[in-house]
Ligand binder design. Sequence first.
Ligand SMILES: NC(=O)c1ccc[n+]([C@@H]2O[C@H](COP(=O)([O-])OP(=O)(O)OC[C@H]3O[C@@H](n4cnc5c(N)ncnc54)[C@H](O)[C@@H]3O)[C@@H](O)[C@H]2O)c1
Ligand SMILES: O=CCCC(=O)O
Length: 509
Amino acid sequence: MYATKYSSIFRLNHSVNHIRRSFFNQTYINGQWVSAQSGETFKVYNPANGDEIGSVPDCNIKDAEKAVQAAYNAFQNKWSIKTGKERSVIMRKYNDLILKNKDHLGKILTTEMGKPLKESIGEILYGASYIEWFAEEAKRIHGDVLPITSHNRRALVLRQPVGVCSFITPWNFPSSMILRKAGPALAAGCTIVVKPSEDTPYSCLVLCDLAKEAGFPDGTINVLTTTHSAEIGKFLCEHPLISKMSFTGSTEVGKKIMAQCASTVKKISLELGGNAPFLVFNSADVKQAVQGAMASKFRASGQTCVCANRFLVQEGIYDEFISELTKKTKEQIVGDGFNEKTHLGPIVNKEQYERVLDFISDAKDKGARIVTGGNEKKGKTSGFFVEPAVIADVKLSMRVAQEEIFGPVVAIIKFKTEDEAVKIANSVDVGLAAYMYSQDISQIWRVAERMQTGMVGVNEGIISSVEAPFGGIKQSGFGREGSKYGIEDYVNLKYICMGGLKDVDQSSQ
Ligand SMILES: NC(=O)c1ccc[n+]([C@@H]2O[C@H](COP(=O)([O-])OP(=O)(O)OC[C@H]3O[C@@H](n4cnc5c(N)ncnc54)[C@H](O)[C@@H]3O)[C@@H](O)[C@H]2O)c1
Ligand SMILES: O=CCCC(=O)O
């Protein structure tokens, strides 16, 4: 069982008193546990009760340079030179270790991010699935031999690792958003410098502990825990030894990343914000739609990029949908993620919490109907809890209809016709996921094909899976994670033209 560095930090209960804080002031660079060169640290808090969990190094540019150099050296001399099979063996071991320690990793995740333990463990399994999938793919990163219109030449195509990759990741899926990128990167032969969210560094660090045990060479994976996100981010985007930047986070920061990567013409993947429409047509099975709505909206307390954000409900079933959904919403228990009865954990931090409450006030002030919830949830603990809300009669001018809410708020808009619904759904400048509920097969095809998003759930509220390409269009970014397509973001195609070959009639000359 888990016996490495972090085992003595997080015991199998969730009280923070068990944490040996002195153990926390280190990050992972070049296979070593190190402090920031400045000696600076920053604190990490539990969003369910505001308790301090511990501190981690506050890395600066000097630490970042060290991490990049380590990753570059490991890329050149250790990791990319292994065969696909050799990389696959280490990755499979990594997957096995993650699975073996899933409960432990889940507890760390709930402690720093807040989601219910069952969801945290689910996230660990979800993240591991990308390591397992790409461990298999590592052996199948095939090239091609192309037909060419010349007798004495052949065209070959190699798929080669892009080089050192940098990941900047968010707090809402602090483990799987790293593993979803690490899977294809490691399989291809790339090495990694990760900058996790300052709210959730431990989920990242503990993955390094397991990576070391799995046998990744020193320098293959490096972590920069830091509060200097903008400065370190710019440094990584502009560093000539980094070949690829993969960013998951807000559209606002994604645009800065894209601009900064221009200076070195870096390959980039951007997994950015969403504003998912959830369309319920008159022909829908309302019970099924309510079930999908609950799953899509309340996962991670509404803090996922694919959470349904705008519910568009056709007038014939509008009242029924609201009534059924309200009944279910009232049954949701909000609380500490370690309580087995909890359905919804806290909002991750104060800023995000206040933002969610502002969305509700804005809708109320502009005339929407608060059917249930929406209050601050005062409980035994002092965490950032919001009572899940259902808001009806939402107008397009309200913030809940325009922006990504990232909280447990169901904003419902009534529509009359299919065309009207499609127009509203596509009226935003982002396009990550969309959902639709209908039993009319022609309507399903018509609407799914017209959705301006990278992913569409049809009669389904949870669509993420390792086998499928995850990603958006418009200002939700570009690049795809997972699936048979995911490896392409981490390889360069190299064309080799082999000339001077002797044709059959020349071979005897
Ligand atoms: N499309 C996806 O796959 C996906 C997945 C998860 C989250 N998200 C999006 O992420 C957002 C929520 O996450 P968040 O609040 O952590 O987003 P964020 O953009 O504020 O932060 C994301 C990461 O970027 C870092 N960062 C912040 N400012 C930076 C800067 N100027 N330069 C470089 N790095 C910087 C943060 O420290 C964090 O590590 C939502 O918009 C959500 O939709 C998207
Ligand atoms: O928040 C975005 C990621 C969620 C998912 O992968 O389903």
